[in-house]
Write a protein that binds this ligand. Structure first.
Ligand code: MN
Length: 160
């Protein structure tokens, strides 16, 4: 995993988003033994409204853009487009990305919390989320032949 794509897309003298080259100003360093893994969902009013779903994995935030947002309904599958990994400090980011910059618009934290990885495979993740809005088991499944397209699906469990 690398943050090069994240870095190349942004001008850090213009956007308030965290630069990966700076130390974790938000206290979210990569080396956090025994700490719980975090997730965040950011509501992003860019050229099109979407929700950015991010899971801490190997010291970065693995990220997907979910156009319709996550659903707690197990009968609903939501398209989730994998995007570039983001730095851990991005989990606390909210604010305005100025016009002319990548992702220009406003970012608000929609939900956040910790998660447990239940299954981690190249084409499938099963996770248990402990957020405010999102709780319980979810699956992310990569669509065959479409490397960046995944489906985000709520599993039936005791929380639903
Ligand atoms: Mn976004």
């Amino acid at each position: 995993m690398t943050l090069k794509a994240y870095q190349h897309k942004r001008k850090f003298d213009q956007t308030p988003e965290p630069s990966p080259s700076l130390p974790g100003k938000l206290g979210l360093g990569a080396h956090r033994p025994k700490k719980k893994l975090i997730f965040v969902v950011q509501k992003h009013h860019a050229s099109r409204l979407h929700y950015d779903f991010r899971l801490e994995q190997d010291g970065v935030l693995r990220s997907w853009a979910v156009p319709k947002g996550p659903s707690m309904d197990p009968t609903i599958k939501r398209l989730a487009m994998q995007v570039e990994d983001h730095p851990l400090a991005y989990a606390r980011f909210h604010g305005t990305i100025p016009p002319g910059n990548y992702g220009a618009g406003t970012v608000a934290i929609w939900d956040h919390g910790t998660y447990e990885p239940l299954l981690v495979k190249p084409d499938e993740l099963k996770i248990r989320l402990h957020g405010k809005k999102l709780t319980g088991e979810f699956a992310l499944v990569r669509m065959k032949g479409r490397p960046r397209q995944w489906l985000l699906i709520k599993h039936r469990d005791q929380t639903h």
